[in-house]
Design a protein around this ligand. Structure first.
Ligand code: NAG
Ligand code: NAG
Ligand code: NAG
Ligand code: NAG
Ligand code: ZN
Length: 300
């Protein structure tokens, strides 16, 4: 009795500690899987061939199966930890690359949008493979696919003061957790249980249906980057902090209990962000691996 009580106390303390580590997660495994699975459906033949060539054997040809890899190695590759998110000034509800894209030690470009430029630039050397690339393009592909997902999670572009909602402790129904985790994982988990028979495939199918029906007009504009740029994470980050202020932080003060009202009103936001991430990841990979003459990867 005493022993098991102690173990469960230690377990609770450990889970709690882990929850407090800034930005410990991206979208959870399901969110990244959904984004990458949706992207797979929109790849051109050229892009699909390049992706398959770069994927590790363990992926068995399926990009979605390895889209959470950067989360799995982030404690091993400690330098990569800051690349999953960008923190913005408290309550400003906007994002600016020059002001915000740095890690907690102030090193420039070390944030999710900086990383998206970085790995796009690396993958753009794929065509000139006569000389062996100085980058590991397998890692570049997995990082890029993961970070385009992360930048669409509103609280990955949250406030500095609460570490993107990580320090805002709330209840999700009866369970104690933090606001960041609610947006990474809990909303998706509850949706799976409530609406999709706990089957991620069904949820992904519903998102794909919406992309080709209800969201068709929007979805074609999601894919576009202004000025023919290869990649354009700036508007994605701006949309995220805007959604964070409008939907994630609203009515989610420390100590509050989030239930049906919060869940049902925020789920459509989460679903649209997953779909946007997927469509934009595909469009980005299609531009990177297109044999059309390339315009340089411009920054900002
Ligand atoms: C760019 O990629 C390299 C190789 O993974 C990594 O060492 C570096 O930290 C990255 N920098 C940014 C800003 O993403
Ligand atoms: C590239 O990275 C992957 C994943 O970390 C690793 O398994 C592989 O050995 C690396 N390739 C090279 C050539 O270093
Ligand atoms: C699909 O779109 C409709 C209308 O916008 C929305 O009510 C529904 O929740 C969406 N479903 C998914 C899975 O995104
Ligand atoms: C984008 O590129 C296409 C094809 O290279 C070109 O026809 C078009 O004028 C370009 N648009 C802009 C805004 O640069
Ligand atoms: Zn992540």
């Amino acid at each position: 009795m005493y022993g098991s009580g102690l173990w469960s106390m230690m377990g609770t303390a450990l889970v709690f500690l882990l929850m407090l580590i800034p930005g410990i997660m991206g979208w959870g495994k399901e969110g990244h899987y959904a984004t990458c699975k949706i992207a797979e459906g929109y790849l051109t033949g050229e892009a699909l061939a390049a992706v398959k060539q770069l994927l590790p054997d363990s992926a068995e040809g399926d990009l979605a199966s390895v889209c959470s890899w950067p989360d799995e190695i982030r404690f091993h590759y400690r330098w990569s930890s800051a690349l999953h998110y960008v923190d913005t000034p408290d309550f400003r509800c906007n994002y600016e690359y020059c002001r915000d894209c740095h890690d907690s030690a102030g090193h420039k470009d070390r944030c999710v949008t900086g990383a998206i430029y970085n790995y796009t630039m690396q993958l753009s050397s794929y065509q000139d493979s006569i000389v062996e690339s100085k980058y590991n393009l397998t890692e570049a592909l997995l990082f890029l696919s993961h970070f385009i997902g992360d930048v669409h999670q509103p609280l990955h572009v949250g406030f500095t003061g609460d570490l993107g909602g990580n320090t805002i402790i709330v209840r999700w129904y009866r369970r104690k957790t933090n606001l960041h985790h609610v947006w990474d994982t809990m909303i998706i988990d509850s949706a799976l249980k409530t609406f999709y028979n706990s089957d991620l495939t069904i949820m992904i199918h519903a998102l794909q249906q919406n992309i080709t029906n209800d969201w068709l007009n929007d979805a074609s504009s999601w894919a576009i980057c202004a000025n023919n740029h290869t990649v354009c994470p700036e508007p994605y980050a701006s949309e995220s902090i805007s959604a964070a202020c409008k939907f994630a932080y609203r009515n989610a003060t420390p100590g509050s209990t989030l239930g049906d009202e919060y869940f049902l009103s925020r789920l459509p936001v989460v679903e649209k962000r997953l779909a946007q991430g997927g469509v934009r990841l595909a469009a980005t990979l299609n531009r990177i691996f297109s044999s059309q003459p390339k315009i340089a990867v411009a920054r900002r």
